[in-house]
Design a protein around this ligand. Sequence first.
Ligand code: XUL
Ligand code: CO
Length: 437
Amino acid sequence: MSEFFPDVPTIAFEGPDSRNPLAFKYYNPEELIEGRTMKDWLRFSVCYWHTFRGTGVDPFGAPTLNRPWDDGTDSVDNALRRVDVAFEFITKLGVPYYCFHDRDVAPEGATLAESHANFDAIAAKLKESQQATGVKLLWGTANLFSNPRFMHGAATSPNADVFAYAAAQVKKAIEVTHELGGENYVFWGGREGYMNLYNTNMKRELDHLAQFMHMANDYAKEIGFTGQFLFEPKPKEPTKHQYDFDAAACLNFIRQYGLLDVVKLNIETNHATLAGHTMMHELEYARIQNALGSIDANTGDLLLGWDTDQFPTDIYLTTQTMLVIMAQDGLGAGGTNFDAKVRRESIDPVDLFHAHIGGMDAFARGLKTAAGIRSDQALADVVQQRYSSFDEGIGKRIEQGHAGFAELETYMMEKGEADANQSGRQEMLENLINQYI
Ligand code: XUL
Ligand code: CO
């Protein structure tokens, strides 16, 4: 089947010496890294919304992207044809997973019943296409932000009917995700936040959001959906104060409302940077609390302060990301989802291939670099040594919970002064990373 990208072959691994732009230079799916294939470490996923629904529109201008298969209508026929486009693209790229929002794959109808019916019609074709190609669903989600009814939020709307509408939509999205064998279900809180406290009851909104997630979990259990729920932090856009600001805010919410066993996090690079964090910080914060579930792989632009969702090409970024993911032995049921879009000036269908090939190669290099650093214990030894004062003596007593303030005062009175500090060696370690890159 080569209908929509007739000039693009199946993308093959040709190695770093290849000059073929439509080939992988580093991503070699079956290559073993620490005993696991690259394919299994990375679990790549193509996102439906940017890749098959992106038009190049921005706040200042009209669509720019050439998508010859798209007739510009919101019809079911057009949506069905897009499924063929998607599966041709995903299989030629050799990516094992994809993700969608309900409204990316199927048009919203005039009524909820019509929307459900449209979604069912497309889901049937998605299922056939999955079976025919072996491509799997990493996660499903519901779009609770585009329709004007969600202007004040969905689960946090002050309008109870809007809460109910959102619940009906998520119920359906979980059913379809389950039907398609989805391995996760994502909550990104689109408009779950507020602009101004003068008109907002923050406590009630947060309580409602938690109730909503508990209801989702109850319903998932009821229908036997065992996929992992994921909460995706994002600090701003569209609202000024998002309730899911960053990993720390999300985890506080999850813990406060008794959702720790139910929800993990889907960490997105550009959301981390909008929150004033690095991706590595967000990943590590989630990991150490056993809450790192999956990642949305993209990157922002240093000079633009908004969510540009570019494809990741920076090897430092992917190395740091893979260092954390490898530290927890992979993402489990999660994956590396390219929540990224081609630039508005990259107008040809083939640009979608260049973008994904670049992202996949960048992650393959990050994986290999991280594996090199790990095999030499290059960072692990330094970190271990840096905390060694807690491995014995007074440090050990502190960590084991044996020492209290009185004992520590006596200890220091006798000793007189703390042992000298050691260098943090930051520059040496930065040089070391460069050597592995
Ligand atoms: C928005 C974003 C979403 C979520 C899914 O910034 O990242 O596409 O990933 O709703
Ligand atoms: Co995302």
